[in-house]
Write a protein that binds this ligand. Structure first.
Ligand code: NAD
Length: 371
């Protein structure tokens, strides 16, 4: 689709407007704010998917989209994902996300981000922003100058700091719950685990796994990083493409999305897939069913990687690190609950997980409708 283009007298056609509203209606998005400012070069879209549970929270991504329609697709998809993530984590947060269309290496400026901050502020707290791909703390400092609705800030700015250790702890809980489901025992001692991507989250995850006596193999596209982690923890390493063929019980994707696809599923011999990466299933319906058919236990990505949003939530309501960690620990029980629903109803895990997330939103909508 083409995004709305104004004709020479500034008009749009009914069908262009209808198309955007229809796209919002597919997954019942509440509000989409299109932001542009010629003086600063800002072009952004903020999507608020659902605020039944609370204000929507989700990061801002800066990306050079091929066109505005792709940016809209991304922000609609990502904001809906945040509703599911916060719902299943038991948080009083809704789902929202923002995208800034542009090159994060060349188009960042204080003026652009402060203008963006003003747009965030104009939503009056309905959307709280945070860092995402292409954005760093420097830009969030600029956004924060124009709005208080920013989370996930570094400690020196009064925030909760790097969420990655908390995210990694949640993924570790998800892996243990998956082991319990698979082997009746959640010990990871001696289990062969392949960790793809040893960045912020992956490195902390390796630490938990090694402490528990797992037999860990890591991979990353940066060799120096691999060498560092091998040296620090005495783990094994393999090439980025070899990870799908190694002998492992557990595959932990902590780099990119869509690594569970037709090609990799024909190679993976693991019993469990559980990692931090967002959107691991290339096609949720197709590959969510395919993992089930292959007898692989797949722990939903947005459930097990919720430690980061849990940490942000505590920052919003008054930071308490112990409370954030202990709420992240609940990921273990929620993962088992999702598996139970999946097996008792004979439906793929992703679907069981989506249904539980939707059920909480629906139930809280009823609670909120009473005085
Ligand atoms: P990161 O950028 O710090 O680390 C990613 C690592 O993956 C990097 O070391 C990178 O070199 C490596 N990588 C990239 N492509 C690769 C490939 N093809 N093969 C092997 N390694 C590759 O990111 P992060 O913060 O550790 O996050 C990891 C994943 O978890 C991302 O998908 C992110 O969206 C998701 N996630 C992170 C958090 C968080 O708190 N940081 C929270 C929720 C979800």
């Amino acid at each position: 689709m083409n995004m709305i283009e104004l004709n020479s007298n500034g008009a749009t056609t009914d069908s262009q407007v209808a198309e955007v509203i229809n796209r919002m209606a597919i997954h019942d998005h509440e509000q989409v704010l299109f932001c542009q400012d010629q003086a600063t070069g800002l072009k952004a879209i903020i999507a608020v998917h659902n605020t039944t549970l609370g204000p929507s929270l989700g990061g801002t991504r800066m990306w050079q989209y091929a066109n505005e329609a792709d940016a809209l697709t991304d922000v609609l998809r990502l904001s809906r994902g945040m509703t599911y993530k916060s719902s299943l984590a038991g948080l009083n947060l809704g789902g929202g996300k923002a995208v800034i269309i542009g090159d994060s290496r060349t188009q960042k400026s204080e003026a652009l981000f402060r203008r963006f901050g003003k747009f965030v502020n104009s939503l009056g707290g309905k959307y709280i922003t945070a860092e995402d791909v292409g954005i760093s703390t420097r830009e969030m400092e600029w956004v924060k100058m124009e709005t208080p609705y920013v989370a996930g800030l570094p400690e020196y700015m009064g925030g909760s700091g790097d969420p990655s250790p908390v995210t990694a702890y949640g993924v570790y809980m998800g892996i243990k719950a998956s082991a319990k489901e698979r082997w009746g025992n959640d010990s990871l001692s001696g289990k062969k685990v392949g960790v793809q991507g040893i960045g912020h989250v992956g490195r902390y995850l390796v630490e938990h796994l090694v402490k528990e006596g797992a037999d860990v193999t890591i991979t990353d596209i940066y060799e120096d990083r691999v060498k560092e982690v091998v040296k620090e923890f005495g783990v094994k390493a393999c090439g980025p493409d070899e990870i799908y063929d190694i002998d492992m019980d557990i595959y932990a994707p902590c780099a990119l999305g869509a690594t569970v696809n037709d090609e990799t599923l024909s190679r993976l011999k693991c019993s469990i897939i559980c990692g931090a990466a967002n959107n691991q299933l290339a096609n949720e319906k197709v590959h969510g069913k395919a993992v089930m058919d292959k007898g692989i236990i797949y722990a939903p990505d947005y459930l097990v990687n919720a430690g980061g949003i849990i940490n942000c939530y505590w920052e919003v309501i008054g930071y308490n690190r112990d409370a954030a960690i202990s709420q992240t620990e609940n990921i273990y029980d929620t993962t088992l609950e999702v598996f139970k629903k999946s097996s008792s109803e004979n439906i793929p895990v992703y679907l069981a997980s989506n249904q539980l997330a939707e059920a909480r939103v629906a139930a809280m909508a009823k609670v909120k409708s009473t005085f």
